[in-house]
Write a protein that binds this ligand. Structure first.
Ligand SMILES: [Cu+2]
Length: 109
């Protein structure tokens, strides 16, 4: 039990250390995002700023995503299925589902 308690303490320290790291990242290049700890998809809301169906990419001005410790920002996402971008207009508010930094689900609101 003692070993388990120590391991738990270390995990807590790691978790506590992450926000400090995130705060020093100004997200200017959008490459500073850490991979999500959870394997499950994360949902967020944003507004479509650009669509590149050919490249399978969409640029979203997304709201903060606390689960990923992301502040609100505009960034490009890859989509798992280009069909998600069909008939998607710039300016549309959408709810989207992320697996890593790939959009696996997208619904106009
Ligand atoms: Cu972002």
């Amino acid at each position: 039990m003692k070993v388990l308690a120590i391991a738990g303490g270390l995990a807590a320290l790691v978790l506590l250390a992450q926000p400090a790291v995130a705060q020093t990242d100004d997200h200017a290049g959008h490459v500073g995002h850490a991979a999500p700890a959870a394997a499950s998809a994360i949902e967020a809301v944003g507004v479509v700023r650009a669509v590149n169906a050919k490249a399978g990419k969409v640029t979203l001005a997304h709201e903060a995503i606390p689960a990923l410790k992301w502040p609100p920002m505009t960034m490009a996402f890859k989509v798992a299925d280009p069909a998600l971008l069909k008939d998607l207009a710039v300016g549309t508010k959408v709810r989207f589902k992320l697996d890593g930094q790939t959009i696996v689900g997208l619904t106009a609101l």
